[in-house]
Design a protein around this ligand. Structure first.
Ligand code: NAI
Length: 339
């Protein structure tokens, strides 16, 4: 290796380690669950995370003790629901991921989870608004189409709502859309990045295949769209009542957290699809909408419009908007009626 390359390499290494040394506390609420455990594991492997705080109503300290033995630099601490446990877990967090709540069983829609998960997310959102009002809040608990508006209402009621810091995690829909097209086309899924817009359940999930230059027709197109919209059901059925997607979801959640950390640490052009407070379809009753979003140090940097779509995709979008408006309204009403 020449001297100049050697010096350049050393400078690069220093720059890298300086950025990775920056203080990034990440909290996971629901850390002992099917998603929470592998998600926490992946975050422990991420050199951008300096401190990992794991909370659950049961078993947080056990998961933390296990993960803390992994030989990466970050510190790990688990928290129980003691009077101060959740508060300590959240204080100083830059990112809070929330996969707390019950998952689906065969035959259930995500909306069937509303009655249980709405109050879980509301209560955790209250704790976040009090202890980490400036953190990026990443909602994984379903139904995301309603739990994100619930979180927004809680933050508004406490006077700390920042629409740039609240994200519904829809990354798994893009991961699936990209994997499924690669299976049809024989391409490398790592190079696919299918745009998916709308929300995160059934017909509200709208893959925009045309924007990647693909043209499927007839049954093949219908089957592809159905598989992206109802891919979660494949996992729920295969697990036969033992839960829904956990491992692929953990990967998707860790990817989204990594993108936020990259953007916070100065990387430009970091774009992820996510369900955010969005101007795109507010006039149709959808105060929240998932589209590609550029991330930055302040959270949401730029919300990309849906862009050019085919008449068929427009039809899917019309159905999506109708369903989504209802899901959002339901979340807002719950938060207002059950403060
Ligand atoms: P799980 O039942 O395995 O784990 C949930 C965890 O949350 C449990 O450890 C439980 O003790 C904990 N928990 C319950 N109430 C809590 C509270 N008040 N505070 C803290 N922790 C609490 O469920 P799993 O499979 O991990 O799924 C979690 C959620 O994620 C479900 O709502 C599921 O529908 C959703 N999900 C979202 C996806 C997405 O793409 N956004 C994909 C797959 C699942």
């Amino acid at each position: 290796m020449s001297f100049s390359r050697h010096v350049f390499g050393a400078v690069q290494r220093r720059a890298f380690s300086a950025s990775t040394r920056s203080n990034s506390k990440v909290a996971v609420l629901g850390a002992s669950g099917g998603i929470g455990q592998p998600l926490s594991l992946l975050l422990k492997l991420n050199p951008r995370v300096s401190e990992l705080a794991l909370y659950d109503v049961r078993g947080g300290p056990g998961v933390a003790a296990d993960i803390s033995h992994i030989n990466t630099k970050s510190t790990v601490k688990g928290y129980d629901p003691t009077p101060s446990g959740l508060k300590e877990c959240l204080t100083g967090a830059e990112i809070v991921l929330i996969p707390a709540g019950v998952p689906r069983k065969p035959g259930m829609t995500r909306d069937d989870l509303f009655n249980t998960n709405a109050s879980i997310v509301r209560d955790l959102a209250k704790a976040c608004a009090d202890a980490a009002p400036e953190a990026n809040i990443l909602i994984i608990s379903n139904p995301v189409n309603s739990t994100v508006p619930i979180t927004a209402e809680v933050f508004k009621s406490k006077g700390v709502y920042n629409p740039k810091r609240l994200f519904g995690v829809t990354t798994l829909d893009v991961v699936r859309a990209s994997r499924f097209i690669s299976q049809l086309k024989g391409t490398d899924p790592a190079n696919e990045n299918i745009t998916v817009v709308g929300g995160h359940s059934g017909a509200t999930i709208v893959p925009l295949l045309s924007q990647s230059g693909y043209e499927l027709k007839g049954d093949q197109l219908d089957e592809y769209i159905h598989r992206v919209q109802f891919g979660g059901d494949e996992v729920v059925q295969a697990k036969g009542g033992a839960g829904s997607a956990t491992l692929s979801m953990a990967m998707a959640g860790a990817r989204f957290a990594e993108s936020l950390l990259k953007a916070a640490q100065g990387e430009k052009g970091v774009i992820e699809p996510t369900f955010v407070d969005s101007p795109l379809y507010k006039d149709q009753g959808c105060d929240f909408f998932a589209s590609n979003v550029e991330l930055g140090p302040n959270g949401v940097e730029k919300i990309h419009p849906v862009g050019k779509i085919t008449p068929h995709e427009q039809k899917l979008l019309d159905v999506c908007l109708k369903d989504l408006a209802g899901n959002i309204k339901k979340g807002v009403a719950f938060a207002k009626e059950n403060p």
